[in-house]
Ligand binder design. Sequence first.
Ligand code: FUL
Length: 486
Amino acid sequence: MNYELQPVEWIKSAAQISPSERQLRWQEMEFYAFIHFTVNTFTDREWGTGEEDPSIFNPSELSAAQWVQACKAAGMKGLILTCKHHDGFCLWPSQFTAHTVAASPWRNGTGDLVREVADACREGGLKFGVYLSPWDRHEATYGDSERYNEFFLHQLRELLTNYGDIFCVWFDGACGEGPNGKRQVYDWEAYYALIRELQPAAVISVCGPDVRWCGNEAGHTRESEWSVVPAHMQDNEKIQEQSQQVDDGEFARRINTQDSDLGSREVIRSQGEQLIWYPAEVNTSIRPGWFYHASEDDQVKTLEELLAVYYGAVGGNATFLLNLPPDTRGLIHKRDVERLQELGDELRTIFQENFALQALVKASETMDEQHAVSEVLTERRDTYWCPLEGTEQAWIELDLQEERSFDRVVLMEHIQTGQRIERFTLELQRADGGWEEFYMGTVVGYKRICCFPQVTSRKVRLSIHESRWCPTLSGVGIYLSERGGL
Ligand code: FUL
């Protein structure tokens, strides 16, 4: 981008930053699982020391099919497995270390859990992803940067060549001291290059260029989650940096992962740097811990809690990565399984009937025939409505053909052409013909699920008050949740 541009030209170029094909495919997955499982499951810890004896890894009834079934019941589209957590124990028989399932009694040392999970995913129609912790508390070369990087690349290659298509490589930012007291310098560029070579369709998440960590592990999303943010958000080393000194001696505020506003006009303009498409993922666990602890059996998140995270994440222009920790049997506990089924049932019920599909729809203006407003009512996401270029305010109106009660409105931008909507309202038509606002929102992006107390009307209007260059919409849905307003 050229920072010398006038504001209107500048916002036009910001409006045109768009996702890569792999980012688009990933975003469409919406909801998928994290599985944290390793020696920690058997030691009842969250972080292993690296000194665990592989003989403790011995799940008695492990069934990857059960995990996949639980994910599918919840409506998830994929699963990411901790193939190696910080303790260094590998769930596959890596040729580059003895600290693996091959040294455990599980399946008499002939097991390969990565294979079992990858196969079960493929069979069940889920995409499969890998978590490989760069921080390794077992590996002797850790801290001897060059040698460890080589070792890590070997492990990556094993995972990316032997287990079919991988949709995501998830890199954690944790970096501790090595056994020799040295600090490891990760060769991120080499890791990324190998992933692009072996699995070009995979996104690289968190410590990676494709998917941004939302900034917390509690399941919170920002009110305005922008996918277009300044390029330094991608900088692994500096991600926690609060501020930096600029050339003229003044302190310029640099936004970081925890800030509440990463992408408003004011913020991106003040950062004065390259903008990138870097969408958010919300990761949280169904229980307090990432690994299974019997003591947390009565702390499985409630349906209401999970729905709230779902609405904030999937309904707030992010994706939802929900962690499910299998227990020492190698099964997901009954309580978690039941909760996942309830969640899936609830979501299927809420989004069962889209009242908008019957609607007559009109718009304040339309760019051309290819972008007719009727495109917002089709299931297709590659077609969309938009007004004339340069029109930042516009509206569409839906006549539902009969009076309807509803409490959820789903809006989707055509993000293939960028993220543009900044502020909108929803209004309904009163009996006297006047319009009454019942919802105000900011960004839309891939998907915004507007939740509000039930209203009743035949006509609904979406007014876009602020947008970048010109808004787009590829989908609109209107629903009634059985539960009433949250
Ligand atoms: C963190 C790790 O330290 C936790 O153990 C867990 O894997 C979480 C997803 O990321 O950084």
